[in-house]
Design a binder for this molecule. Structure first.
Ligand code: SF4
Length: 382
């Protein structure tokens, strides 16, 4: 058990974090799905109130940096009007990642309605506002892309008519039909809070509780069981949808969606009346493209910095904020990582996370550390 002596301090859109470059706001986007209108609101807010860009997080959420001290109320008003802040009390609790392109390409179940019902049920229950900001929900449509992201409570489709409940990676022995699956997940979230209270704990995650998965399962009248779900690689590039249209999935270097990239995405979604999906791998999916538009959209997004080649070194590199955004950092890790990509001098092959200090913020599981020391970088520090 990891003892916690305080509540987590994850930032939100209202509870912003004061960073070295101004206030940082994190906007939860359950399932990563944004309508074109919502994307426009975020892009405009980034220009009007922040540094012009949107940062993608490892949970498919977005951050705005460099906000002035008096900007958060205006940001909250815009987000609320756009449906991006349905409950201020629940703002840090809505951490839901979902299979990318579910209902459009692959998967056993279209989990978009599950995510919608889950989010609605979450904000409708005042008790669930107590969920820690670190508590992660995964909703996997059976393809195995988000099941392995170390969620606390999750659903994974095991048949076209059944989703299994997962607790910190363990099967729970419980299943539900797609229309009832959100209820099962919400019951699990309440059971976590009840077990946490019973243990007198301030745990942020299920695995931090004593015997967490088993105790939470027991509160649901079940017990943990093995559950094997083959993992799938994150999508990159062009994918044909079930309806014959095309989805483009572009990597966003260092997770920073620039004003130029946002302009293209806003134009595309406005022209097609479509949406985008932010992924937990700091990429953006642009679905529902008619075949004749695909090359032009890909070219415009590539010109704005997005990468459509899974073999690109950008597929391997993540970084924390570093200098100048974080005063704790010993280096401008993003600039250094970008230089290493541009010059072909990445220090190791494969996934690597560049961090300015030992906190290693945003480090994906399985990455090698590239840790700033003040005199250079230490590789593979554990
Ligand atoms: S890892 Fe350290 S330097 Fe990087 S953002 Fe986190 S606290 Fe700042």
């Amino acid at each position: 058990m990891t003892p916690r002596d305080r509540a987590d301090a994850c930032p939100g859109a209202v509870q912003t974090h004061l960073a070295a470059d101004g206030r940082l706001a994190r906007v939860r986007v359950p399932g990563g799905l944004l309508t074109g209108a919502q994307l426009l609101v975020l892009a405009q807010a980034a220009v009007d109130l922040a540094d012009g860009a949107l940062e993608l997080t490892s949970r498919g959420n977005v951050q705005l940096r460099g906000l002035a001290d008096d900007a958060p109320p205006e940001l909250a008003r815009r987000l609320h009007d756009a449906g991006l802040l349905p409950s201020e009390a629940h703002e840090t609790a809505r951490n839901v990642v979902a299979s990318v392109l579910s209902g459009r390409s692959g998967g056993l179940v279209d989990v978009r309605p599950v995510v919608q019902a889950l989010d609605a049920g979450l904000v409708a229950d005042p008790s669930l506002a107590a969920l820690p900001g670190r508590f992660l929900v995964t909703v996997d449509d059976g393809r195995g892309d988000v099941h392995g992201l170390a969620g606390d409570a999750g659903l994974v489709a095991v048949a076209p008519d059944a989703l299994a409940l997962v607790l910190a990676g363990h099967g729970s022995g419980l299943r539900a039909a797609p229309a009832q699956a959100h209820d099962l997940l919400l019951r699990a979230a309440r059971a976590f809070l009840d077990e946490r209270a019973a243990q007198g704990s301030q745990a942020w995650r299920v695995h931090e509780l004593d015997d967490g998965p088993a105790r939470v399962a027991a509160r649901l009248g079940s017990s943990v069981v093995p559950l094997a779900v083959p993992a799938a690689d994150p999508p990159v590039g062009s994918l044909e949808q079930g309806d014959g249209r095309v989805a483009l999935v572009g990597l966003v270097p260092l997770g920073r969606l620039t004003t130029a990239a946002l302009d293209v995405l806003v134009q595309v979604t406005a022209a097609l009346g479509s949406e985008v999906q932010l992924t937990p791998w700091r990429s953006v999916a642009v679905p529902d493209l008619p075949d004749e538009y695909v090359d032009d959209v890909a070219t415009a997004l590539h010109s704005a910095g997005l990468v459509f080649d899974a073999a690109s070194p950008w597929a391997q590199v993540t970084a924390c904020a570093g200098l100048p955004g974080c005063a704790k950092s010993r280096a401008d890790v993003r600039a250094d990582a970008a230089r290493a990509v541009a010059t072909g001098t990445l220090p190791v092959p494969g996934p690597q996370h560049w961090a300015g200090c030992e906190r290693r913020c945003g480090r994906p599981a399985g990455s090698v550390d590239v840790l700033a020391t003040g005199q250079g970088y230490e590789i593979g520090a554990g």
